[in-house]
Design a binder for this molecule. Sequence first.
Ligand SMILES: [Zn+2]
Length: 201
Amino acid sequence: MMGNQVTQPGDISERARKLHFSSLVVDTHCDSISREVDKGQDLGTDTGEGHLDLPRIRAGNLGVQWWSCFVSAGHVPENRTMDRTIALLDALKRMCQRHPDDFEIALTAADCRRIVAEGKHAAVPCIEGGHAINDSLAALRLYHELGIRYITLSWKDVNYLIGPCNLDYSTRQPVHSTAQGLNQVQGDTRRALRYVARTGM
Ligand SMILES: [Zn+2]
């Protein structure tokens, strides 16, 4: 609604459609790459399920997608977070290699603009959940070298980088001193944040 004038739904839809299809459309999160690993699907084809595949990327004019390597916290007790992350990142890169006319890995904003201008979809790798580094800042640095361009500090679980200020990371038990809880996450979390800020991750 603009002022006292009621805009008809059809007008909104048509305006929105024109705006959408004349824009560089960016979506900052999807977990779909796990379907390549777990179900053997090729997201460069019509998979008929899930949220995303190439036909729907084309139909929706989705220029840039941040493709998340989502590692369930269930992998933490078995120390399987890093190999799961690598498997997902590898699947994303191989999907792009299988469909070079449709997908390309993008590592910078300039990459995204160039790839979309060439009529392809720009795939930006990222990680959901700080537990994916398996308590290792070295892993964080190497993930960046492998192409990861964002990592969320947490999914929903306490991990090496972050957690509730009243929970002890090593025991997962509540601690009584809030200051004690804060201290445990400050050191490496600060180093991690400085690293991602410096690199633009
Ligand atoms: Zn997710």
